[in-house]
Design a protein around this ligand. Structure first.
Ligand code: PLP
Length: 392
């Protein structure tokens, strides 16, 4: 016997009414097409085609054969927290005690912890537009509001101190979230500019949250951790991108020592801990630089190919792709409806790409994001198909 569902009239909560993550919607549609035989070129998700480093896989295999995989401390395995603390000394020359490192289920888990730990419901957090969609959608789900800072190609997708001060004057802010290199633009905020922004955030009394998930993936531009510019900055990072561990759901935060216990209590109650097997394996990722740099060389080549071939097809306005693995391209010459454009590109040319409204609910309709985290062969085939599609 089955009981018929009868939805309650009051429906779902208003805060659950978040927008879809369009890149994931396109991925679902692309998988559905592949399941019935389509040969899809995936340029929609920011997911490395390469597997995690060999040492990571070996550590995971050994962990499976070991003594079970129970809960870990909610802040993460001490050995992983220590290794991450050492990474900050090695790469950025900044002292971080392991007690300040919190291991999270992907950086996505870090945003939930940070927004809950730092802000009261109803407060405004400044985000730049275009930006990663989950920021605004998680804020909404947690009853927080977004204060938008509009950026464009000319200002390299970076806010100025003046932008922040003006927004704060009209919509008092509690925090500012920055991403460098950013998604979808790939643009890097230069260290001296980061210093100015951090100083302004401090002057205005705002928390600075720095999403550093694309660190390690730059093509000549210098990046620095926000910790070198604001000792109280909240750092969010992940093993998903440079370390090629998307599905392992593991990331980390660095938080001020005086807040570590707050983050621990939230983590205990919200997720208990990040997956134990991923934590054990991630320790090995920091010593796999040689292998990971080979992957990065593939992204660099893919980037050169895209930047070389797109202009000849009439796509010649994009943000400076200093890092990450995306081109955020203006397609206004072809369409002012990038959702429709992406849908046709998928159905007619079997190329999956992400429409701009994912990243910019106001001006995104004339942009398309192309990910070059896949193989060079995928990128080249996608470009051949795109050229034919644009001519038709
Ligand atoms: C800027 C940015 N931050 C965070 C994430 C979330 O990554 P994860 O939860 O896999 O660490 C992504 C994923 O694409 C991203 O692009």
């Amino acid at each position: 016997m089955s009981i018929a569902a009868s939805p309650r009239a009051r429906g779902v909560s208003q805060r659950a009414d978040v927008e879809p993550f369009l890149a994931m919607d396109v991925l679902r549609e692309a998988h559905a097409r592949a399941a019935v035989g389509a040969d899809i070129c995936h340029l929609e998700v920011g997911q490395p085609a390469a597997p995690p480093p060999r040492a990571v896989l070996d550590a995971a295999r050994a962990a499976l054969d070991g003594n079970g995989l129970g809960y870990t401390e909610s802040t993460g395995l001490p050995a992983l927290r220590e290794r991450i603390a050492r990474h900050y000394a090695d790469i950025y020359g900044v002292e971080v005690s392991p007690q300040r490192v919190i291991i999270t289920p992907g950086s996505s888990g870090g945003f939930v912890l940070a927004f809950l730990a730092l802000f009261e419901a109803g407060e405004h957090v400044a985000l730049t537009r275009p930006g990663y969609p989950a920021y605004r959608n998680i804020l909404k789900a947690l009853g927080l509001s977004v204060g938008w800072i509009e950026t464009d190609l000319a200002d390299r997708a970076s806010p100025t101190a003046q932008d922040i001060a003006s927004l704060h004057a009209s919509h008092p802010l509690a925090g500012l979230l920055l991403a460098s290199p950013g998604n979808p633009t790939g643009t890097v905020i230069a260290p001296d500019h980061l210093s100015e922004i951090a100083a302004e955030a401090r002057r205005l009394g705002l928390w600075l949250i720095s999403d550093e998930i694309y660190h390690g993936l730059t093509y000549g531009a210098a990046t620095d951790t926000a910790l070198n510019h604001d000792a109280d900055a909240i750092i969010i990072n992940s093993f998903s991108k440079y370390y090629c561990m998307t599905g392992w759901r593991i990331g980390w935060m660095v938080v001020p020592e005086y807040m570590a216990r707050t983050f621990e209590r939230l983590a205990q109650n919200l997720f208990i801990c990040a997956p134990a097997i991923s934590q054990i394996a991630a320790i090995a990722a920091f010593d796999a630089t040689e292998e990971l740099e080979v992957n990065k060389a593939v992204y660099a080549r893919n980037r050169d190919i895209l930047l070389g071939r797109l202009p000849a097809m009439g796509i010649d306005r994009f943000y400076p792709a200093d890092g990450a693995f995306y081109i955020y391209a203006d397609i206004a010459r072809f369409s002012n409806d990038s959702r429709g454009f992406a849908a046709r590109l998928l159905s007619e040319a079997s190329v999956a790409a992400t429409p701009g409204p994912d990243f910019d609910p106001v001006a995104g309709d004339r942009f398309l994001r192309l990910s070059f985290a896949g193989s060079t062969e995928t990128v080249e085939r996608a470009l051949d198909r795109l050229a034919t599609f644009l001519r038709s």
